[in-house]
Design a binder for this molecule. Structure first.
Ligand SMILES: *Cc1c(COP(=O)(O)O)cnc(C)c1O
Length: 232
């Protein structure tokens, strides 16, 4: 039996000690890990989970609710992959948050769907600050220019929490710092009420230092992912 809980809480507590005013929250990213791992992590006290693939998340977290009905009120499931028009309706009732809203058109669809479903979802706008063309998300200038209007994209069920960002795919440290600093500036200067979701296993300490409110940590808690072998 692995001790996911100790790993999770040692990271969580050290961040809370370092940044007591902000209390950054660690999301345990359990994507690709089987139900038994999620179950164990739940029994060890973890309540914030992150998943990328909607069908995989539905299968695992439906099982968790069946086995532990009280988990429905206490577990928050964060969707951390790109939000896509074809599947966004499946987010409702399963995920409390989605961190991957990458465009205004997707956001409009999410808002419409939320009204229909009458289920609450909190969202973060995914940013693309490295300007890699292949990447999903909105750029710094676009977002800055929407300072006065972005907050209007909300309704009773669909609540805007902030921005999500990822470092460059190269993992280059200086560039990662630059990207996280830009997000920090975007938030602090233009949207001071909003939260930031940045930082993964390799760069969460830097992300926390630069003001992140959510840290999305997978392999550091659950071990390396083996996409070929593990059941999804
Ligand atoms: C997989 C994933 C993570 C977690 O990655 P680790 O490096 O295992 O911590 C965080 N954020 C997103 C968007 C991911 O897809």
């Amino acid at each position: 039996m692995s001790d996911y809980g100790s790993l999770y809480f040692s990271i969580q507590n050290s961040l809370r000690d370092l940044y007591p005013k902000r209390s950054p929250l660690v999301i345990a990213v359990s994507k690709t890990k089987p139900y038994e791992v999620v179950r164990e992590a739940y029994l060890q006290g973890i309540r914030e989970f992150g998943e990328n693939y909607i069908p995989e998340a539905i299968s695992k977290f439906t099982k968790l609710r069946e086995e532990f009905p009280e988990s429905e009120g206490s577990v928050h499931l964060h969707h951390i992959g790109p939000v896509q028009s074809g599947t966004l309706r499946k987010l409702f009732g399963v995920f409390s948050h989605t961190h991957g809203v990458g465009s205004i058109s997707t956001l409009k669809e999410l808002l419409k769907r939320a009204e229909k479903e009458k289920k609450t979802i909190r969202y973060l706008i995914q940013t693309n600050l490295t300007e890699e063309n292949t990447k999903h998300g909105m750029g710094f200038e676009t977002l800055r220019s929407m300072k006065g209007t972005l907050a209007s994209y909300q309704n009773e069920y669909c609540i805007w929490e902030g921005f999500m960002g990822m470092g460059p795919s190269t993992g280059d440290w200086a560039e990662t710092r630059e990207v996280f600093s830009m997000l920090q500036e975007l938030r602090d200067s233009y949207f001071p009420e909003k939260k930031l979701s940045m930082g993964m296993s390799g760069d969460y300490e830097l992300a926390a230092e630069l003001g992140s409110d959510y840290l999305r940590i997978g392999s550091k808690i659950f071990g390396e992912r083996n996409y070929a072998k593990e059941s999804i």
